[in-house]
Design a protein. Structure first.
Lengths: 345, 345
DNA sequence: CAATTTTTGGCAACCGGTTGACAAGGATGG
DNA sequence: CCATCCTTGTCAACCGGTTGCCAAAAATTG
């Protein structure tokens, strides 16, 4: 213990006690049958307190760890949940991943991560592959169509984030609160022409957000125009800048923060002053949204909470509880920073 | 086939062909022994081309997928690699995760992710837990001590990113090139007093970077002072701003970009102009480093490549190749953006 | 104290693959 | 044409747990 100095080869493959003990070893040591060990360790109350203790001590002594595969084989339970995101690079998912990982591991579930690279086909493949090795699946902003998702969901529990699908448990930020706050704030600052920069067509959310913006604008008596972006990234934001200018809008709400940041950079590069000449409001409040100058005003979606909620629902379903009938909605809110404000002409 | 219109309940748990076929089903269909099926499917060349074909067709027809658990049980091979990062929230790891996931899934390995929340103990626990279910492990910027890592590495292949450990394969950005570029560039811009803002004490990298800075500064005849930060985040950067000012340095290199961004924000809030009055250089070139105004000059570590290389080495080792004797080093380079430049007094 | 019910532990089959040992069948060589 | 070697498929054991069924033991009851 004290001085490992004379050890032969520290890097050698462990042979001795390393290769983990089995319930058979425990059974021998405790003088009982392997099945009793199995029961003592996984069916609380099934064996007497006395034997339980003996077995637990033996297990402790042998430094026993269940072999997850041996367990999974007959039971199908893997203590593992899968998470598929469209794009690992996209910071929107960072918080979701984090929320899911944290909540999962708090309940002794391991998170398995896969990426679909924004492609519906890759997504389906990845989902199928994962599904066979996990107890349940979380799809964050899935790109595949509803039927595929329902098919997966027929096999094992599935929870969807950022999209509503009839018959599948969903966690969806309720955009309306945040959007109306945003639009009201813009209206209060004297804006009259509003533009919405949309995201990818496969994204269910982009439509949802546009509707919210349209409705809120109507309510506040603003005009709202919808512009399309090539891709929902900083680059896409830069590319849409010209169209924004041409639209004559003085306030822009974008499908996500990345677009907003790119848009702002491009407009500033062209000499526009934000927010004096144009206000920009993003969506999601991703990591880095406050790195910009001015810092980005944005409608925050509690992404971390989405991850957490999704895992919670999933694990509840796995324990036999019913999934919530309706989509679980989490609140969004406007985070006012420097990129939106009064028009100075 | 054509019209499933009259199907009873599409969402019902699949019973029929859903619950996947086994090699026994294939064997029956193909009229051979299950073990022949096993060989046909995993030992190329072991069965005759004719039977091979028959079996493959049958497998196809039954839509066969191996049961990973059944396979893992006798062999120990899981087609899975584990990745442990200190903090999922820290964007430094985003690219590593991404690189690892992409490379892994290209070679049909699934990535399992765990977080240590910056705690050495949690990290050891997570590592132990993961180790039993994966074929190999990647530790990104591990916080646990060398001996723990060697112990893990004695059990299964381990690759370390961002730290060098004798006897364990490592992928480490070679900071010297980037640092000397940075220091030279600062010197060329007339700076004479340099400060380095260090990261957490457990981080092996922070020392390494400080040494690089010290050596390069000496070489370029600059003075270099080392300042400590409370934590390697935006907030930590803000807190260290006063010390930086007091140090009298006109150029600052920080342990990472987060610190640099926080520092810059705080200095700007206090009326300092960057880079006119003070130059700031970060480290890593994380996502968002170019969101700031001015955009952050930084020493880029090719994090994505680190992830990729680590996975490659790991999979090579798993296939029986030898691990590289020495730490694999990937190049760093200075990315000059707006936050560094000539001093205007 | 015997009869009955409840606890508790053991036996053995099973989950779905893998693999060493072996024998039948085919090819080759002397 | 027979001996020999190689190819190819089969048998059976095994990986490490889980679980239904049963019987022995213990606890309860009349």
């Amino acid at each position: 213990m004290t001085s490992p100095g004379a050890a032969t080869a520290p890097t050698k493959r462990g042979r001795g006690e390393k290769s983990s003990a089995t319930i058979y070893d425990i059974a021998k040591l405790a003088g009982v049958n392997p099945s009793t060990v199995s029961r003592a360790l996984s069916k609380p109350g099934r064996v007497s307190a006395k034997t339980q203790k003996i077995i637990e001590d033996a297990a402790e002594q042998l430094n026993y760890q269940v072999n997850p595969f041996a367990r999974a084989l007959p039971t199908g339970r893997t203590q593992t949940i899968g998470l598929i995101v469209a794009d690992i690079t996209n910071p929107t998912f960072f918080d979701i991943i984090r929320g899911a990982e944290t909540t999962g591991s708090a309940r002794d579930y391991t998170l398995v991560l896969a990426e679909s690279a924004e492609s519906p086909e890759t997504e389906v493949t990845a989902a199928r592959r994962l599904l066979s090795t996990v107890d349940g699946l979380i799809l964050a902003s899935p790109r595949m169509d509803d039927d595929h998702i329902r098919a997966l969901s027929a096999d094992k529990p599935v929870v969807v984030i950022n999209r509503e699908i009839e018959g599948v448990p969903c966690v969806v930020p309720d955009v309306n609160k945040g959007i109306s706050e945003a639009v009201r704030s813009l209206a209060a600052n004297g804006h009259q022409k509003l533009a919405y920069v949309a995201g990818p067509a496969q994204s269910w959310m982009t439509g949802r957000r546009w509707e919210g913006v349209k409705a809120a604008a109507e309510w506040s008596k603003l005009s709202a125009a919808r512009l399309e972006s090539s891709k929902p990234t900083v680059d896409g934001g830069r590319q849409v800048a010209r169209e924004v200018l041409e639209s004559g809008a003085t306030a822009v709400i974008t499908y996500n923060d990345l677009l907003a940041i790119g848009l702002m950079q491009e407009l500033q590069a062209g000499g526009m002053r934000v927010p004096d000449q144009i206000s920009i409001v993003g969506f999601d409040d991703i990591f880095g949204a406050d790195f910009t100058t001015p810092a980005l005003t944005t409608v925050r979606s509690p992404l971390g909470e989405c991850g957490t909620r999704a895992v919670t629902i999933l694990l509840d379903v796995l324990q036999g509880h019913d999934a919530p009938e309706e989509a679980v909605s989490v609140e969004t809110e406007l985070v006012v920073r420097g990129s939106s404000g009064r028009l100075l002409t």
